[in-house]
Ligand binder design. Structure first.
Ligand SMILES: [Fe+2]
Length: 293
């Protein structure tokens, strides 16, 4: 597995988290990731030379955009339901397959050499029938769309709707009231009309990088499309902090999870003081230094 589309494009920091980048014609991808036929065999179990291999277990979601523009999603379908959904125009999303398919595991290993934090990397697959369109949304993660079969047109905003979003965002389901509430909290989400728009056609072997917060929606141009998405969750101080703090608090024999409702004022202030001092002790001891990957 060759990730030259990332490694050879100068300093990743030049575009990371700021620019949409298309890496055209990456031939190594075509030979190293399964096509639709092989992928489906993995899901149904393959029969060859008298042996019937076990199917892999992967979560499958089916989604479509209805005529009124709303998004319909069916989560956790079995293979037969997935096939019926696909025949009825649904796109299928196959959950993280890095632990169950060797070629995809190799992609994840290579990605780990570049990005670190294996627990923040996933590889999902998307199979969509002709003319299928996807819902307009943005993600909180970095995404590399790796086109494996067929062609797909991505409409992508030219700017992020919000910098470093803390959650994913489906545009059609949002209300003005929600956007107003968020703005009042200091978290202003720009609407697609204000973020510019550009289209990118991906053919087999092309890769598209989309940073967090950039709106995007796909349209399948050929009789089917299969792409893999290499998803990289942002490495964020607060996620590390919360995880490490939680583990410390877990070992406190309940002290830091105490219910303070009916405590006396002094018991309550003692608890709060102990909690705050635990945070500061962790900082002082260097538990949250920047060298960990
Ligand atoms: Fe997305």
């Amino acid at each position: 597995m060759n990730l030259d589309f990332i490694k050879n494009n100068g300093d990743i920091a030049n575009y990371w988290n700021s620019e949409v980048v298309k890496f055209p014609n990456q031939p190594a991808i075509l030979g190293s990731l399964p096509g639709a036929s092989d992928l489906i065999k993995c899901l149904t179990g393959n029969f060859s030379d008298g042996n019937w291999s076990s199917p892999i277990s992967v979560n499958i979601n089916a989604s479509t955009v209805l005529q009124d523009g709303s998004h319909q999603q069916i989560l956790g379908v079995d293979v037969n339901t997935a096939r019926n959904c696909y025949s009825n125009g649904f796109s299928l999303c196959f959950g993280d397959m890095a632990d169950s398919i060797d070629h995809i595991a190799r992609l994840k290993l290579k990605a780990n050499e570049i990005f670190g934090h294996p627990e923040l990397i996933a590889v999902t697959g998307y199979l969509s029938p002709e003319k299928a369109i996807g819902v307009l949304h943005f993600d909180r993660q970095h995404n590399f769309f790796i086109q494996r079969e067929g062609s797909k047109r991505w409409t992508v905003s030219e700017r992020a709707a919000v910098k470093n979003p803390h959650e994913n965002f489906l545009y059609p389901s949002v209300t003005q009231a929600f956007l107003g509430d968020m703005k009042n909290l200091g978290y202003e989400i720009a609407i697609p009309r204000d973020c510019g728009r550009k289209t990118y056609d991906l053919h087999p072997g092309d890769v598209l990088y989309i940073p967090p917060g950039f709106y995007h929606s796909p349209e399948t141009l050929t009789n089917h499309s299969l792409h893999y998405t290499l998803t990289v969750e942002p490495a964020c101080f607060w996620k590390d902090f919360n995880k490490k703090m939680f583990l410390k608090l877990l070992a406190s024999e309940g002290k830091f999870f105490a219910d303070y409702r009916f405590m006396t004022e002094s018991q309550k202030s003692e608890l709060f003081r102990a909690c705050m001092s635990e945070v500061l002790v962790n900082k002082a001891s260097g538990s949250f230094d920047t060298s960990s990957r």
